[in-house]
Design a binder for this molecule. Structure first.
Ligand SMILES: Nc1ncnc2c1ncn2[C@@H]1O[C@H](COP(=O)(O)OP(=O)(O)O)[C@@H](O)[C@H]1O
Ligand SMILES: [Mg+2]
Length: 158
């Protein structure tokens, strides 16, 4: 991350499905300093959940591996990087398409990347076959106007 950031966290988890909730809650707690709405927090949790689940079931195919999560705060933005050293993705553009899945037998929806793209402001996927995958997502948290500012605005428009 080249941009000068205000805050940073780093988390390393084993690729166990019960660590997914831990990862999503931890990132949500870190994001709380930006004073997000419930909806913004929920979007972040869902996006993290999709990326971590992908590392567990596709990257490591339920075998043991390490998932790294870095999160940064800069301006009013949270940047989240989730990476694994699993099997990698052959064709990222195809993998990102809605409903595309390589594990239809698991009744996966194939909507993980689409959800990440829609719930966050940006999504970048980098992957090397046999080396691993890194997903980078950013979301700008809208600035809330304080009560005082709201009253001033109301007076202004009155
Ligand atoms: N971390 C990853 N490692 C390897 N392959 C991945 C990873 N994340 C996603 N993929 C590939 O991209 C496809 C699409 O992912 P996604 O949109 O989340 O749908 P789904 O998880 O339901 O298959 C997966 O089926 C898989 O082939
Ligand atoms: Mg998925």
């Amino acid at each position: 991350m080249n941009i000068k950031y205000k805050n940073k966290m780093q988390l390393e988890i084993l690729s166990k499905s019960n660590n997914e909730a831990f990862a999503r809650i931890t990132v949500a707690a870190f994001a709380a300093q930006l004073d997000p709405t419930i909806e913004e927090i929920s979007d972040i949790k869902t996006a993290v959940s999709e990326a971590v689940t992908n590392s567990i079931i596709h990257g490591y195919e339920n075998k043991e591996g390490i998932i790294k999560i870095n999160a940064y705060i800069y301006d009013n933005t949270i940047r989240i990087e989730i990476s694994d050293q699993g099997k990698g993705i052959e064709d990222i553009e195809i993998a990102k398409q809605p409903l595309y899945t390589t594990k239809p037998e698991l009744e996966r929806s194939g909507m993980g990347f689409t959800i990440m793209e829609n719930f966050m402001d940006s999504l970048k996927v980098e992957s090397v076959l046999g080396m691993g995958t890194k997903v980078t997502m950013e979301k700008k948290i809208k600035e809330k106007t304080t009560k005082e500012e709201q009253i001033q605005e109301e007076n202004f428009y009155a």
